[in-house]
Design a protein around this ligand. Structure first.
Ligand code: ARG
Ligand code: ZN
Ligand code: CA
Length: 238
């Protein structure tokens, strides 16, 4: 695609108690954070400057669906995506990115995503209400909206930067090898012991570092994401 891809978004809020019924303003803060992260370049260590990408994807809030629930914890098993299991059915998932915001998930999961090519009814991403947006219930260290930035990376076919294995492959050529996931806010430079002992790109959105310490997608990740919008790609309808 040329220029900017426009993604309509529906946010499905499943709340147990008024606190979890996040405000429209908090939802808008998440949309604003996504538009910033997918279009702006932030400061990174100079060795990564030339790899940073403005992805050129714009997110537009189309609707908000709210539903009160008695469930305080959801398994990351898609129950929240079906009214038959107490959730909210997806809105037009072939052409709308559905985001479900839930109170909590079992095992401390803060978000998960469906990769391209899965069933339409369960397509989209799920995020815990205290890791969503940048105001209201958003809580440090997940209060800069980057759980959604990361999950939507998966939704657009990106793998974790460590390839989910020791020195694994994320199928992107310009991201360095990482030993494993990084957490918190690693001091620079954090050296990998993988082949070539590269400096790990701990500020990449597809690592597991804190929101405030994430700052970039690479050009290779951008290309992989945009491929999903081409004929035969899993997001061609968008
Ligand atoms: N654990 C989640 C996943 O694997 C997301 C982690 C996001 N990290 C963050 N700093 N918000 O998809
Ligand atoms: Zn992930
Ligand atoms: Ca790589």
């Amino acid at each position: 695609p040329d220029g900017t891809v426009e993604i309509p978004v529906t946010v499905n809020v499943l709340y147990k108690g008024a606190t979890q019924n996040i405000s429209d303003a908090q939802i808008q803060s998440q949309i604003a954070a996504l538009n910033a992260d997918y279009n702006q370049l932030y400061s990174v260590p100079p060795i990564f400057d030339s790899l940073r990408a403005s992805v050129g994807i714009h997110f537009a809030l189309k609707s908000v669906v709210r539903k009160s629930t008695t469930k305080s914890s959801w398994s990351p098993n898609d129950a929240m995506k079906k009214s038959a299991s107490g959730g909210i059915d997806a809105t037009a998932p072939d052409s709308v990115l559905n985001i479900w915001v839930v109170g909590a998930m079992t095992g401390g999961v803060i978000g998960y995503a469906q990769f391209p090519g899965g069933a339409a009814a369960t397509d989209g991403v799920v995020i815990a209400y205290d890791c969503f947006g940048t105001i209201g219930t958003a809580t440090a260290p997940f209060n800069v909206g980057r759980t959604a930035t990361h999950e939507i990376g998966h939704w657009l076919n990106l793998r974790h930067i460590w390839g989910d294995a020791t020195c694994g492959d994320d199928l992107v050529a310009d991201t360095p090898l990482h030993n494993a996931a990084n957490f918190g806010c690693p001091a620079y430079p954090h050296l990998s012991t993988c082949t070539g002992t590269p400096v790990e790109m701990t500020m990449n959105y597809m690592d597991y570092t804190d929101d405030a310490c994430m700052a970039m997608f690479t050009k290779g990740q951008k290309a992989r994401m945009l491929t999903t919008f081409l004929p035969g790609g899993g997001r061609y309808n968008f």
